[in-house]
Ligand binder design. Structure first.
Ligand SMILES: Nc1ncnc2c1ncn2[C@@H]1O[C@H](COP(=O)(O)OP(=O)(O)O)[C@@H](O)[C@H]1O
Ligand SMILES: [Mg+2]
Length: 258
């Protein structure tokens, strides 16, 4: 395990909640997906959501962005209930950014054109717009592929592009849906560093999810296990893996982090 996580815990001091999900319940048809789920993201925190495929992780993100509404329960940002706000207002007014697991970019446009297309919506001032695009291209080391169509990028470059696109609206809360899926070890490490730097340098609070624990636990301050529609255990990676409910429901007997 890398030392990314240890650095994070040391530098994380604040405890104020920036996003709260309270008593959230949701059914699809007759199937209970979320059942009285409570979740809190502290300001400046990197929070991980863990649970097997199909447990409801993407659904939780869809509730936060406003793509779907809960049957019961409230979603608050900075203590204001946001249930009634549509997606674009959650993006612009409440500063939520979302990096989906798949896609999230214009396939047939270059890296630069992708950034320009979104920046034309989010940034009015032309010189600031260009400055921001160039800054993001350089920050994510996309200069060599600036004029390459997104479809031809590597998996890691595509992921960097989608993160860059999400940053064009200056989010305060960034949601990353399975960001490490189908990537090689070195690219995962680069992305872990990018995620940690987003908090340290840009003061962004982050929730990321994964169905596998190891890569996620290496870069979060706290992680929550989702099981049967609820958060059944939450804590720092080292306390969570000792938690008996988390071990029984998710990690299993033999799971260790080195
Ligand atoms: N729009 C939908 N309509 C019906 N069922 C859905 C819909 N979206 C997700 N589901 C179901 O809800 C459950 C949770 O899905 P999801 O949030 O995508 O899980 P995860 O991201 O943890 O893999 C799954 O059983 C999935 O099939
Ligand atoms: Mg999912």
């Amino acid at each position: 395990m890398s030392n990314i996580k240890k650095f994070r815990i040391k530098s994380f001091k604040q405890k104020k909640s920036i996003l709260t999900l309270e008593k959230i319940s949701l059914k699809f048809g007759r199937k209970n997906i979320l059942d009285n789920l409570n979740l809190k993201l502290n300001s400046g925190q990197i929070l991980g959501l863990l649970g097997p495929n199909g447990v409801g992780k993407t659904t939780i993100f869809n509730l936060i962005t406003g793509l779907i509404s809960p049957d019961f329960g409230s979603i608050s940002i900075n203590s204001e209930i946001v249930n009634k706000y549509p997606i674009y207002q959650r993006t612009l007014k409440f500063k939520i950014g979302f990096v989906p697991q798949h896609g999230g970019y214009f396939h047939d446009m270059t890296v630069f054109e992708n950034l320009k297309a979104i920046a034309e919506i989010t940034i009015n001032n032309l010189s600031y717009r260009n400055e921001k695009i160039n800054l993001l291209i350089s920050k994510f080391e996309l200069d060599p592929v600036r004029d390459i169509k997104a479809d031809f990028l590597s998996g890691g470059q595509k992921k960097k592009l989608v993160i860059a696109l999400s940053l064009l609206s200056d989010p305060k809360i960034l949601l990353l849906d399975e960001p490490f899926a189908a990537l090689d070890v070195m690219t995962i490490k680069t992305l872990q560093e990018i995620i940690v730097n987003l908090q340290s340098n840009s003061n962004i609070s982050v929730i990321l999810c994964d169905h596998q624990a190891r890569d996620l636990l290496a870069c979060v301050d706290s992680a929550a296990i989702i099981h049967n529609g609820k958060v059944i255990a939450q804590g720092t990676p080292s306390t969570l893996i000792q938690n008996i409910d988390a071990r029984n429901a998710y990690f299993g007997e033999s799971f260790k982090i080195v």
